[in-house]
Every structure is written in C-alpha cells, then in structure tokens.
Design a protein around this ligand. Structure first.
Ligand SMILES: *[C@@H]1O[C@H](CO)[C@@H](O)[C@H](O)[C@H]1NC(C)=O
Ligand SMILES: *[C@@H]1O[C@H](CO)[C@@H](O)[C@H](O)[C@H]1NC(C)=O
Length: 939
C-alpha cells in the first residue's frame, strides 16, 4: 500500500466519521433501514450514505431524527420485507404498493409498530398468512392488502383495530369464515369505526355471521362479491343505516332475501346476483335512492314484474336476468327519468313490449332476449332493444331481432385546444400536447352508479376532479387522460388512466411514489357517482437515468465504509467504467438503429435509411413484447408470415408482422420498404411504428388497431353493428386513405391488395388501410404469391391487370369498387361460385327502387332508411368498369362518397378533414380526437 493510498484511506475514514457524527437520523433507525435495504433491490438512487433524514432520501419521511414514513409505491422494488421494520418505532405510514417484485410473508414483528396509521401493500406479491400481530396496531386506520397472494384466515385479532376506517383485503386467496367476536375472541364486528369492508374476490366460506352487522357500525361499503359464502343473508344487514353499496354477488347464498333489506334506505348500489336465493323477489320499494340493482341468476319464485320499481326514481340500471319473471313488462318502467339499462333476459315475460311515448331520455339498452314477447311498440329515440328469441322475432329480420353483443363505447380524453406533435414511439402525447412518459395504469370502479359507458360527460367529470386534486395536492402532474372504458367480467368499470408529468418528459421516483400513495391511500376521492375504486398501475420504467445504478453505488459505499477499501474501490472503478462503456455502446445503437448494418455481413445494405419516426426494435425487445411470439398473441397470418399482438411496457399495443423465412427480402429492399412506410402518415392509413432487423429476422411493427377487420364486422363476427351511416363512414375513410396513398404520398403508393381484410377499424370505427407496400416489395414472386394466397383475394383483382400485368392505380380503384359492393351486400366477392360484380351488373335496374337489388343487399340493412344507396352502388359499378380509363380516380371517389354521406344526413367531415389539401396534416385528427357519437347508438 503506497503512502498516497494510505492517505486517501485515512481521509475517507475521517470523512465517513464526520458524516456519521453529523447524521440527523437516529442511529437505530439508520440501522433498521439499512437492514431493510439489504432485502431490497432497486431502492431509490439517492439512498446513499448514512443519513436518510438529513439527505432527504426519496420516500423517507422524518419527524426530528426519527423515520416516520416510508412511501415507495411503484418503484419496481423487489425482495422481501424483513422483520427489521419493527425497529422503526416511530413509523406511522408504510406504503409499498405496486411493487410486484416484493414477495414473501409479512413479518410477525410488524405488530410492534405501535404508531402505524397506514399500511398499504396493494398489488405486490406478498403471500402466506396475515400475521395475528396485525391486531396490535392500535392507531391503524387504513389496512390495504388487496391484490396479493395472502392465504389462510382473517386473524380474529383484526377486531382490535379500534381506529380502523378502511379495510381492503380483496383479491387474495384468503379462506375460512369471516371472524366475529364471541366473548373470548375478537372479530370484524368490533370494527365499529370502519366504513369499508372490501373483502371481495377471495375464497371465504361459511355463512355471513349475523353478528357481523350491528346498528353501531358505520359501514358504507360492504363488498363480499366472488367468494364462496353460503347460508342465507342475515337480516341484521338491515341494521347498517349508513350503507351505500352492498355487493354479495357471485357467492352460494340461499334462502329468502330478508325483508328488512329494504330498510337500507341509503343504498344506491345493490347486487345480489349469481347466488341461489329463493322465495319471492324482495320488495325494495323503500330503497328510494337505489340506482343500480342486480338480482339476476337466482332461483326466485315465479312472479309478475314487481311494482315497487315506481318508487325508485334514481334507478339507472336494472338487471333481472333469469329471475322467473312473467307477465308483461310495465310500460311505465321506461319512464323512470334516469333509466339507462334494463336487462331482463331469459324470463317468461309476455304480451307487448311498450316503451311508452316518453321513455327516459337516457335509455340506452333494453335486453329482453329469450322471453315470450309477441309484439313490440317501437319508439323513436330508444336506441338499443334486443328481442332475439321472442315470438315477435320468429321469421323476422328486424334489427331488434338480432342476437348481438353491444359493442364497447369508446372514449379518449380530448386535447386541450392544442396540436399534438408526433412523439417518439414509446412516448405519448398528453392532453396538453406534450410528449412524455405517463404513469399509466387501470382504474377499477367496483360499483358505479351509472351503466351508460357511452356518455362522455361522466369521464370529463372524473378528469376534472383528478386534475383538480392533483393540482391541489401539489403533485408534479401536467394533466391526466382517460381511455378505453369497459365493464369487465367482475362487473367493475375499468378505465385506462395516464398521468402526465409536468415540466419534464418523465417522472422521478419522488413523483411516482407520491402519486402512487395518493391513489393507494385513497387520498384522491372520485366524484360520488363512481363509487369505490382502486388503481393498479403498470411498471413505470422511465425514471430519469434509471434507478438500478444507485443500488450498486449504495451497496459499494456501504461496504467501503466497513472494509477493505482499495480492493473494492478498484473493483468499483473497473465495474463503473465497464458499465459506462456498455451503456455508451447501447446508447449509440439506440440512436442510430442501422449503424451496425453497414458493418454486418450484408455489405449491400448501403447507407443509413431516412427514417421518419420509425424505431428499430431488437429481436429481444419484440420477443418480450409478444411474450415470446406466443400463440395467444397470434392475431393473423398470410403468405408473408404471422402477425402478432405486442404490448409495450407502457401498455401501448402493437401489431408485429414477422416475415417467415420464404418471404424475406434482401436487406436493401427491406430498408427501402421501411423508408417508404415510415413516410406515410394519414388518419385512414395504419401507421408504421418501427421495424426489427436483427438476428436474421425481418419484422414490421405497426400500431395496433383494436376493432379488427372490416370483413369480420361485415360477417357479423366482431359484434360491431354496422348500420348504413357507419358503413358510409367506413367507405369514406377507406377511400380517403387510398386517395392519400395514390395522390398525396410521396412517392405515390399502389396498394395492390385492397380488400375488406385489409381495412381495419379503430376504436371509433375509423377505417384504416393496412398492408400496403408489402406485396410490392415482394418483387417477382408476387404473381405466384397472390394467385396462391388466401381465397377471396382473387375476387378483388382488376381483370385488366391480371391479363396485361400492367399495374396502375386504377387496379386499386377496381378492388375498391368490389369493396364497396361488399359493404352493401356483406357478401364475399366470390360467394358460392357467384361473382358479386357480375351479379349486381346483371340484376341492376336503375328505374326501380334500390335498383331492384334487394336480394343482394345485406339483410340487416333492409328495413332501415338507406338514403343514397343507389348512388353508392353506382359509384361502385363505375370503379369496376372493364377498362382502367373508364374508372374514376380515388380523388373523385372520395368526393362522390362525401356526396352520398350528405344525402344520408351525415356530415362527411364531422370528424375529419374538410378539403383534400389537409388530409395529410395529422393535426386535424387531434382537434376532434373522438366523436361524441356513442358507439352503442345506431340511427
Ligand atoms: C302472460 O303470462 C301470464 C302469466 O303466465 C298469463 O296469465 C297471461 O295470460 C299471459 N298473457 C299473454 C298475452 O299471453
Ligand atoms: C350524461 O351524463 C350526465 C351526468 O350524469 C347527465 O347529466 C347527462 O344527462 C347524460 N347525457 C346523456 C345523453 O345521457
């Protein structure tokens, strides 16, 4: 050891002592926290040194020299929670929620934390039993252990938590009976200050103990759905005078519903469905603020439709499927002013369905499938009535006789009067048009008061309240965005939430864990109409600089202080240098995706291509996003190979087209194809996100379009109902996309494979032209490719091109004409040996109504007003004229379909461009980011 090193060693020790001496944190707390750290990976980057309070360690809160809070939500922590936590005696808040990497059991010693008020461990991977010692936390007010893998019984000691306000043990694997006190042991009934029992989605068995409910309890939410509870509903339930939400669905409850359930006059949401309840349907006439009622799938006695509904003016949602109802549906039911959804499937309801002359203006769905209704008095304005398999539908093809699923309404938060710029592929444009990495996850509402998910007003109310709360709480949030509302199989309303950072592209650890805590601890309270909720975020992996490095630094410094400094310093420096070099190489590869191309074996690759926003994915990345090209992600195939669905870590979906060995192109062709595709940007054309040219693979990565192909919808396979105006809008969108490719893209692109399989529908049913360029790049093999490919493509091919091999954009126009005929007829171009073009041509008589082609028109359209259909067919027939010269250009086709749309009473520009000049500007797509038209509504 040289003298200089010696000096350095001494200096370092001295400095270390100095730091220790100057530490603002008490020693015991430092030792305990260090011990906890030993069990964790990915601790925040500034957890360095020995003074958590003085150096403001992320997620650590102190009062004086004592550590009083640990809030580390969503930081990708992994490891276990060691018993050392017990020594942090001043701890009041512990939130480790949303760290899926946290495993193992909860230490018994947690019971020593006498000051703990909040314990949130939502969405981790903890397992084993909940320790008995949980009952020795006299100050605990919030206990949220939902979404883990806890097993065993609820310890009866839980009854000692006299301060408990919030109890959420949902979505674990807890078993056994619900504990109640019996003189010797404690139980849930002693939690007289609790307002929330969220015990859903476990495996609890036994009866619901009558003692569980008593008049001195303050419960407002009792959620017991999806367990295995047996016996009857105790009549003590009626004692809960504050109760607002009661879910007992999905159990094995039997017997009569106690009559005093009706004394729950504060309940808004009541769900008793999917049990084995018997006796008569309970009289709920006193529950006057009830808004959501589900009694479905029980074994009630047959009875007439109850009359008490008329006392429930707030009712929005009535589900009484398979409840043995008989007789007529009282017409006045539909006059309840808030009514949105009525599901009465599979009963014995008969006579006339009369929606009265003034039904609720909010009524969106009346589903009476499998009843005995023999006549129906339709009312204008009531949008969705389903009477399939009722006598009134025998031999009828009326729209209301179709047996279809209601399609999901769509919603995506609007931008705030700004124009989105094109973001990097893994970034997202915020409502304020900033490109950033949002903190993303799903919100789950376990009992909303409404059921019309197509009403955008409700989401705006939620957006507003979130934006306001986050601002008031001083969180670093720019804005939030909501999207993709669905009613999931648990009957929860599920919404995608994206939270955007203010003044940076990404959140730092403090930002994420603070927002995580606001959501885990329910500091954010949504408007009342949304009811109880929880939030489950995805892993956030866009921390500035990444958080892994710091772990090593922290560990190394810790060891350095204790031991042989020089060796470790050398290792550290070497390690660091290596890491930096690796990182530099990695970064270089990322910025310059084709940099290795020129130097690879294939010298023909040439220069780096001009990429506009397309990103290079490594094989490893694509493999990860598609879950190793799993069968479940296989969403289609063709001559070129297979298309996989992929999911980026931020939840964005991709469609990845993987060329199979035989259909690979040369490197030059692949590159020029990517260059071509990456220049194409239009609302009605599927956008290229990137590519993968790695490990001998060629893949094109596209945006994922959720509603599948037009073909599936026309064949009734997607559940999306295509009325005339939707078909017109899709035809117009496809025409605009193709027009763009022909006349506005540079260089122009001839698609060569226009067909209903290649028109995709997004969540707002905008048509998107897909799969262009690929066949072109296939070069000489193209002929054999097309003629041997999937049947059906044949029917779209321009006969002139087929005979002369001479390709022009008019060949696409021909195929487009066939597509238009398909839209009208919902028939494949060649169906049972008949060619649709010839069929229409032969049958068409322009002097007659609908040109006398009724027999060819899709039966589901007949009976509707089909304004402009004749004109539409005329356009189609001009597109399929024998010679290219007689066919219109796509520009002309667009104008003519716009004319038809106007005839059908639509505004063809309602949510797109007004003139062809600004087709290309993607900006207009953002000024009307969604249509107000609810997709569950058809005219
Ligand atoms: C409807 O069903 C009820 C009860 O089953 C029966 O009494 C009544 O006659 C039926 N009405 C009609 C119109 O079939
Ligand atoms: C949408 O929801 C709002 C808020 O609940 C309500 O006031 C409005 O009437 C609803 N609109 C429709 C069309 O149902």
């Amino acid at each position: 050891m040289g003298s200089r090193e010696l000096f350095f060693l001494v200096l370092l020790s001295f400095l270390t002592c100095l730091v220790l001496v100057a530490s603002e944190t008490n020693n015991l707390d430092v030792t305990s926290l260090k011990a906890l750290m030993d069990g964790w990976k990915n601790v925040p980057p500034n957890w360095v040194g020995t003074d958590p309070c003085g150096s403001h360690w992320i997620g650590i809160g102190c009062t004086g020299a004592s550590i009083t809070s640990i809030t580390l939500a969503s930081l990708s922590l992994s490891g276990t929670l060691s018993g050392d936590i017990a020594s942090l005696s001043g701890l009041t808040k512990l939130d480790l929620s949303y760290n899926k990497g946290l495993t193992g059991s909860l230490p018994q010693s947690i019971g020593s934390l006498k000051n703990l008020t909040i314990l949130c461990l939502i969405g981790c991977s903890f397992s084993g039993p909940i320790p008995d010692t949980i009952g020795s936390l006299p100050q605990l007010s919030t206990l949220s252990l939902n979404r883990n893998s806890f097993t065993g019984r609820i310890p009866s000691s839980i009854g000692n938590l006299k301060s408990l306000y919030w109890l959420d043990l949902a979505e674990n694997q807890l078993t056994g009976p619900l504990p109640v006190s019996d003189g010797t042991t404690s139980g849930l009934d002693q939690l007289v200050n609790a307002k929330h029992f969220h015990l859903d989605k476990n495996q609890f068995t036994g009866e619901i103990p009558p003692q569980l409910f008593a008049p001195n309890m303050k419960l407002i939410h009792v959620l017991l759905e999806f367990n295995q509870l047996t016996g009857s509903i105790p009549s003590t339930i009626g004692l809960l005078q504050h109760l607002e939400v009661l879910r007992l669905d999905g159990n094995i409850l039997t017997g009569d519903v106690p009559s005093n359930i009706s004394s729950l006059t504060s309940v808004g949401q009541l769900d008793l469905s999917n049990n084995q309840l018997t006796g008569s349907i309970p009289d709920l006439g006193r529950m006057t603020i009830l808004n959501t009622l589900d009694l479905s799938n029980n074994s009630f006695q047959a009875s007439a439709f109850p009359s008490w509904y008329s006392n429930l003016p707030s009712l929005t949602t009535l589900h009484m499927q398979s409840t043995q109802l008989e007789g007529e549906v009282p017409p006045n039911l539909f006059t309840l002013p808030q009514l949105q959804t009525v599901i009465l499937r599979n009963n014995q309801l008969n006579g006339t369905l009369n929606l009265t002359s003034n039904p609720s203006s909010q009524l969106k769905l009346v589903d009476l499938r499998d009843n005995k209704i023999d006549s129906f008095i339709e009312r204008p304005g009531v949008n969705h009535v389903i009477l399939a398999r009722n006598p009134v539908c025998i031999g009828e093809e009326k729209l209301y006789c179709r047996d279809v699923q209601l399609d999901h309404p769509s919603y995506t938060s609007e931008s705030n009067n700004c124009i989105s710029s094109t973001c990097k592929v893994d970034q997202t444009s915020s409502p304020n048009c900033l490109c950033a990495y949002p903190y993303t996850g799903n919100l789950y509402f376990r009992a909303p008061t409404f059921s019309d998910l197509g009403n955008s007003t409700i989401y705006k109310i939620l957006e507003h309240s979130m934006n306001v709360s986050f601002t008031e709480l001083g969180l670093p949030v720019d804005s939030i965005s909501l999207s993709n509302p669905i009613r999931n199989s648990d009957k929860y309303l599920e919404l995608r939430l994206e939270i955007f950072p203010s003044s940076a592209e990404n959140f730092n650890c403090t930002g994420i864990s603070s927002i995580g805590f606001v959501m885990s601890n329910q500091t954010f309270k949504p408007p009342h109409m949304f009811g109880p909720y929880f939030f489950i975020p995805f892993t956030y992996d866009h921390f500035p600089g990444g958080s892994n490095k710091s772990v090593n630094v922290a560990v190394i410094i810790g060891v350095v202080v204790g031991g042989s400094i020089l060796v470790l310093l050398a290792i550290f420096i070497g390690f660091y240098a290596l890491r930096q070099r690796k990182r530099a190489v990695k970064a270089d590869k990322k910025n310059n995706p084709f940099s290795s191309w020129g130097s690879s074996k294939d010298k023909s690759g040439g220069d780096i291509p001009q990429l506009k926003g397309a990103r290079a994915f490594s094989f490893g990345e694509v493999k990860k996003y598609t879950n190793n090209f799993s069968k479940a992600n296989d969403i289609g195939s063709g001559g070129y190979g297979i298309v996989y669905k992929g999911t980026l870590p931020n939840g964005h979906l991709l469609a990845i087209k993987r060329a199979q060995k035989g259909s690979m192109q040369g490197a030059v062709e692949f590159k020029s194809e990517i260059e071509l595709l990456s220049r194409v940007h239009h609302k009605n054309v599927v956008g290229l996100v990137g590519f993968c040219f790695d490990q001998g693979e060629q893949m094109l990565v596209y945006e994922y379009i959720p509603n599948g192909t037009l073909k599936e919808s026309l064949l009734g396979k997607s559940g999306i109902m295509l009325d005339w105006s939707r078909r017109l809008r899709i035809a117009l969108g496809a025409a605009r996309g193709l027009h763009y490719l022909h006349e506005l893209a540079n260089p122009p692109i001839i698609h060569r494979d226009i067909k209903s399989n290649n028109i995709l529908l997004d969540e707002r049913l905008n048509a998107k032209v897909a799969d262009f360029g690929l066949s072109k790049a296939m070069g000489d093999s193209e002929q054999t490719h097309i003629s041997t490919q999937v049947k059906g493509t044949m029917g779209y091919m321009d006969p002139e091109y087929y005979m002369t091999q001479h390709l022009t954009d008019k060949s696409d126009v021909y195929s487009f004409g066939v597509l238009l005929l398909e839209i009208v007829t919902a028939k494949q171009p060649i169906d049972k040996g008949k060619y649709i073009v010839r069929e229409v041509r032969q049958r068409m008589d322009k002097t007659k109504v609908l040109y006398d082609i009724h027999e060819l028109i899709d039966p589901t359209l007949l009976g509707l007003t089909l304004n402009g259909l004749e004109k539409f067919v005329e356009i189609a027939m001009r597109c399929v004229a024998d010679t290219a010269a007689e066919r219109p250009t796509m520009g002309e086709v667009v104008k003519e379909i716009e004319g038809v749309a106007q005839m059908a009473g639509m505004n063809p520009n309602a949510e797109s461009s007004t003139t062809s000049e600004n087709y290309e500007g993607s900006s207009q797509a953002f000024s009307h980011p969604y249509s107000d038209e609810s997709l569950s509504v058809y005219k």
